[in-house]
Design a protein around this ligand. Structure first.
Ligand SMILES: Nc1ncnc2c1ncn2[C@@H]1O[C@H](COP(=O)(O)OP(=O)(O)O)[C@@H](O)[C@H]1O
Ligand SMILES: [Mg+2]
Length: 247
């Protein structure tokens, strides 16, 4: 299916839904027939395996590959429930001892087997973020509509542009919209997009199915509010037009 696209999923701030977006976007892309690898960059604080219902499937992780203890495929776990979706877990310890070039090499090494590699960044702009930035060819910034989160995402976006150049594609996902009971969420959304200054690719509503499905390691129910937004973001990522409907 052509060139592998390597997407950094980042935010600046923690707890805004990067991992949920990685998982549910990964599932949507896999449903569309793509081969998807989720790469977890949150060393020492793993969680994607649980969110995907794929825990304890491989004795190896990315750290073992980079240390030469196993082949890349020994550490990749293939989902039983979602055809086309695989996971590479972060090192159990931290990133010390790993070079930026290592992850770039690894992504290149395995890219022939995937259409999409989603790099789930940890919070902040530390080592994991930078490793992902070097390996990625585009980024999705995830924010919730609150001022601190928006400011952090704007900083992350500026850093990405500075390091990767203005041709590096960045898109914005506004997550958990409708969570606050105060006022209408639509004017907030405009302000968020203006402040981050990154083109919007999708809006994901606050939806208890997201947290429930992530906690239980199952796919999002088709009837859940967030299902279609993730479907549409996946189509748009692939260059298809899907109207933005925000209720
Ligand atoms: N759209 C959403 N609706 C409801 N809960 C959400 C939504 N997105 C994320 N969450 C919840 O927010 C918390 C943080 O999400 P997570 O994806 O782990 O964030 P991050 O990876 O940015 O730290 C989790 O408990 C998750 O279930
Ligand atoms: Mg996370």
């Amino acid at each position: 299916m052509g060139l592998t696209r390597k997407v950094l999923i980042a935010s600046g701030k923690g707890g805004v839904g990067k991992s949920c977006c990685s998982v549910f976007l990964g599932q949507a892309l896999a449903r569309h027939g793509f081969r998807v690898l989720l790469v977890e960059l949150d060393a020492g604080l793993r969680g994607l395996d649980l969110m995907l219902g794929m825990e304890n499937k491989s004795p190896y992780d990315m750290g073992d590959i980079l240390k030469g203890l196993c082949d890349p495929y020994d550490a990749v776990t293939v989902s039983d429930s979602q055809k086309g979706l695989s996971l590479l877990s972060a090192p159990a310890g931290d990133w010390s001892g790993f070079q930026h070039a290592d992850l770039v090499w690894l992504c290149r090494e395995i890219s022939a087997y995937y259409d999409w590699i989603l790099l789930d960044s940890p919070a902040g702009i530390g080592r994991g973020f930078r490793l992902g930035m070097d390996a990625a060819d585009r980024a999705l910034l995830v924010v919730t509509p609150d001022p601190i989160c928006v400011r952090d995402a704007a900083s992350a976006s500026i850093l990405l542009e500075r390091e990767k150049g203005s041709g590096f594609s960045q898109r914005l996902i506004v997550n958990r919209v409708g969570k606050t009971a105060v006022g209408d969420s639509l004017p907030d959304l405009d302000a968020v997009i203006d402040q981050v200054a990154v083109q919007l690719i999708g809006v994901v509503p606050e939806d208890s199915s997201v947290s429930l499905s992530a906690a239980n390691g199952v796919s999002l129910p088709v009837a859940s509010k967030a299902f279609l937004p993730f479907e549409n973001i996946a189509w748009r990522l692939d260059g298809d037009y899907r109207p933005l409907a925000v209720q």
